[in-house]
Design a protein around this ligand. Structure first.
Ligand code: S3P
Length: 424
């Protein structure tokens, strides 16, 4: 995919459904009693992996466009799969499903693509084993394939070493099958969609500050889920408007759960003109329309508690920083090295290739543009990572010359229609 410099961008669009909420609606709908109707489901490869795994576990799921109907089988109604559960590229599927499978009275084996088989799974195996789970890494390397055998689980008190909604949710899922209370403490708040959805389904789960408490024993009751637009997808269009002169973009129905809005705050702190309008609540999640116009951005420092609230948006944030005046520093974001790719490495190498002054740090990066707005096109090493490919496609719109995205097809992980929406 070759992308050249583009003039003003004017768009009024709806981005696809939230990936985190779509995964959770299918998994929790599967183990609830009754039928869950999901509208606005994210029809992208990661969430399709979740549907296919739940079908392999015996759940009837109807799926047409962005409408999904899950016929829940109750907490203990899943069936032993006939083969390996293929989680594709999806860390959320692998980690969250491991929590459910640890509570089952049958064995299962989970794996995924070459990226998933390199991502760290010790972070879930450690707390699951403390709960009594029998889970192991087939190749003894802390990665998938994972083997889970039946065991009897008990509640634990666990302090997460790093904020992670995937790990938190995995433990919460396992706690539904445990004897006794589970208490989870996080260093900073990560996304809380699991807690919200479980509360709506009638689980005994409470969140107070950085602590989540679950008391097992309650059945889950199906609730309909209206999935809002994914702020992680909206962020690409916010950035495109901010860095491309004369632009204005409106993005409708975007989820603004406060555990996800770090990118809005960060871009506003950089001087971005971003307005949140028509704020409302749908199915327990806040949503709004976002209006963004071209702005003179300046560098900022990002660290601490905000990082988990924009972890997936740091690649596109880096692009904005490369078009901002002055210095931007990102710290406390070592987790970026363990995503679909080593995102600190790829952000740094690709922005350098486009002519930016950027230096990688172990836990982030420093960008020093001193008012230059003169990035040029380059061949982008995207590492088959959807968010890297989309971020550099946006960077290309304001860069001189042409930029090549080597694996454009990887955007199908979270946003199959991305190039059509961006370039039309
Ligand atoms: C997700 C949580 C985040 C995020 C991922 C989706 C989720 O991962 O990066 O894209 O749906 O729970 P961690 O919780 O591991 O940081």
């Amino acid at each position: 995919m070759i992308i050249g410099k583009k003039g003003t961008i004017r768009k009024d669009l709806i981005v696809p459904g939230d990936k985190s909420i779509s995964h959770r609606a299918v998994m929790l709908g599967s183990i609830a009693n009754g039928v869950t109707h999901i509208s606005g489901f994210l029809n992208a490869d990661d969430c399709l992996s979740t549907i296919s795994c739940m079908r392999s576990l015996g759940v009837k799921i109807e799926h047409e466009g962005d409408e999904v109907t899950v016929h829940g089988v109750g907490l203990y109604g899943l069936k032993e799969p006939s083969g390996v559960l293929d989680c594709g590229n999806s860390g959320t599927t692998t980690r969250l499903l491991s929590g459910i499978l640890s509570g089952m009275d049958f064995s299962s084996r989970l794996t995924g693509d070459s990226s998933i088989r390199k991502r760290p799974m010790e972070r879930i195996m450690t707390p699951l084993r403390l709960m009594g789970a029998d889970i192991s890494s087939e190749n003894d390397n802390g990665c998938a394939p994972l083997i889970i055998n039946p065991s009897s689980l008990h509640g634990i008190t666990y302090d997460l070493p790093v904020s992670s909604s995937q790990v938190k949710s995995c433990i919460i899922f396992a706690s539904l099958y445990s004897n006794g209370r589970t208490i989870i403490n996080e260093p900073s708040l990560s996304r809380d969609h699991t807690e919200r959805m479980l509360k709506a389904m009638g689980a005994d789960i409470r969140s107070e500050g950085l602590t989540v408490t679950v008391d097992p024993g309650k059945e889950l009751n199906a609730v309909d889920v209206v999935v809002p637009g994914d702020i992680s997808s909206a962020a690409f269009f916010m950035a495109a408007a901010l860095i491309t002169e004369g632009s204005r973009v409106v993005i409708r129905n975007v989820g603004i759960n406060p555990t996800r809005t770090g990118i809005i705050k960060a871009l506003q702190d950089m001087g971005g003109n971003i307005d949140l309008i028509n704020k409302r609540v749908a199915a327990g999640e806040e949503i709004c329309d976002i209006e963004v116009s071209y702005s003179d951005l300046h560098g900022i420092e990002l660290s601490g508690d905000i990082i988990p609230t924009l972890i997936d948006e740091l690649p596109i944030f880096a692009i904005c920083a490369a078009y901002a005046k002055g210095t931007t520093i990102v710290k406390d974001a070592k987790e970026l090295r363990y995503k679909e790719s080593d995102r600190i490495g790829l952000i740094t190498r690709n922005l350098k290739a486009m002519g930016a002054d950027i230096e990688a740090r172990e836990d982030g990066f420093i960008i020093n543009q001193n008012g230059k707005r003169d990035l040029h096109g380059a061949v982008i090493e995207d590492g088959n990572d959807h968010r890297i490919a989309m971020s550099f496609a946006v960077a290309a719109l304001s860069a001189d010359g042409e930029t090549e995205i080597v694996h454009p097809e990887c955007v199908s992980i979270s946003y199959p229609g991305f190039f059509k929406d961006l370039l039309s």
